[in-house]
Each structure stands twice: as structure tokens, then as C-alpha cells.
Design a protein around this ligand. Structure first.
Ligand code: C5P
Length: 222
């Protein structure tokens, strides 16, 4: 039995990949993996348990047995609904620090691959195409300028009534980009064979349409 198809969507923070990946999964009736949420869950759980951010071995043990579940778009850590709690900038920065540890990444590999079930999967992250699903039928790398991404994040936060400063967001985002791109383990990069889409001047709907078009062409060639 051939494996179900995977669409891997990678890109830097706030490139819109989560929204795009979820929309494509919904349109195709595919499963959806938000791999960043897993790193954020380790960040939140380790913060709650006061695990030192420098203790990679203990963080990996925690990552290996995270009591997580996904239900109707909500994310649970044990009994607690942490859907919102994992989205703060603080947790994002902590996630990007611990994501640099090879043993943490290895501890999350099996869990990520377990999301691949029929009829298919849309997976978003930093290393979906390069490491987790190298056999993906379609590999997409979404980019946008740091300024455009900071503005998007700013609008999202303000719309939710969360106070934010554009210059702080831009600085955090550049810090996270640098860490994600320069780390030794699975750095953020354009995987071999990935199609790059610059989205600074595109709406979410336009990006979704382009990726769906690419998918239809790939399917037609199979
Ligand atoms: O995508 P998101 O911003 O939610 O991810 C949070 C952090 O988790 C990223 O900054 C990155 O360091 C890390 N991450 C990763 N590999 C992935 C997904 C996320 O290293 N596949």
C-alpha cells in the first residue's frame, strides 16, 4: 500500500503557513499537523514544571511523553485546554530555543509522523519537507519580508484585543528567524525540490489558491 500523500509547508514565523495549511487540509479533507504547536507544548509544559531551558536531556524526556491531544481545533495538555496559552510570544521564543536541541527534535519525530493517515496530510513547520516527510508529494516554502510578517502578527493580536507593539514584534520575529535559520539541527531552509512562494503582497486566499493549483498539477502528473 503506498503511503497517503503529504503536502509539506515550511516557512519562517508568521509567514501565514498555519492558516494556509489548515485551509488546504480542510478543502482537500486531509488531516492537518501544526508541528510548531508541538514545540510550543514542550515549551509550556517545561515552563510549568520549571525545567531549565538549558537542560536538553530533561526537555527531551518531557517531549517523549507529552500528554497531548487535539480535539475540534483545540489543543490539550493533559486535561487543560492550552490552545491560547501556547500562542504567546514568550512561549514562541522558548519553543525556538528548545527546538534547537537534537534530542528534543528526535523525541517529537514519531509523534509528527503518526499524523500521516489516509486520505492525506498537510503538515506545516520548519523541517516538514527536509526531515519529517522527505517523501512529500508537494513541498512548499512560504516567505514574506520580516516587516510584512510583523504587521500581520500585529493585526492578529490587535484584532484579538491583545496589546502589541510593532517594533517589539519585529525584533522578536527577527531573533526567532535568526535562531531557526542558524541552528545545526534541522535549520529553516528551502528543501530540495520545494516550490517557493513570496507572500508579502498576497492574501491568504490567493496563497491557498496557488498551493492548491500546484497540488492539482502534481497529482495530474502521478
Ligand atoms: O511555527 P511556530 O512559530 O508555532 O513554531 C514555534 C517554534 O518551534 C519555531 O520558532 C521553531 O523554532 C520551532 N519549530 C521547529 N520545527 C518545526 C516547527 C516549529 O523547530 N517543524
Amino acid at each position: 500500500m503506498p503511503l497517503p500523500p503529504v503536502i509539506a509547508i515550511d516557512g519562517p514565523t508568521a509567514s501565514g503557513k498555519g492558516t494556509v495549511a489548515a485551509a488546504i487540509a480542510q478543502k482537500l479533507g486531509f488531516h492537518y499537523l501544526d508541528s510548531g504547536a508541538l514545540y510550543r507544548l514542550v515549551a509550556l509544559a517545561s515552563k510549568n514544571q520549571c525545567i531549565d531551558i538549558g537542560n536538553s536531556a530533561q526537555l527531551a524526556v518531557l517531549a517523549e511523553k507529552l500528554p497531548i491531544s487535539f480535539e475540534n481545533g483545540h489543543i490539550f495538555l493533559g486535561e487543560e485546554n492550552v490552545t491560547e496559552a501556547i500562542r504567546t510570544e514568550e512561549i514562541g521564543l522558548r519553543a525556538s530555543t528548545l527546538a534547537a536541541y537534537v534530542d528534543v527534535r528526535l523525541a517529537l519525530t514519531g509523534l509528527q509522523r503518526s499524523f500521516l493517515k489516509p486520505p492525506g496530510l498537510v503538515a506545516d513547520g520548519r523541517d516538514m519537507a527536509s526531515v519529517i516527510f522527505p517523501g512529500a508529494i508537494l513541498k512548499v516554502f512560504l516567505t514574506a519580508t520580516a516587516q510584512a510578517r510583523a504587521e500581520r502578527r500585529y493585526k492578529q493580536l490587535i484584532a484579538k484585543g491583545i496589546p502589541a507593539k510593532l517594533e517589539d514584534l519585529l525584533r522578536d520575529l527577527q531573533e526567532r528567524d535568526a535562531r531557526d535559520s542558524n541552528r545545526g539541527a534541522a535549520p529553516l531552509l528551502v528543501a530540495d525540490g520545494a516550490k517557493v512562494l513570496e507572500t508579502s503582497d498576497l492574501s491568504i486566499d490567493q496563497v491557498v489558491a496557488v498551493v492548491l493549483d500546484w497540488y492539482q498539477s502534481v497529482i495530474a502528473q502521478h
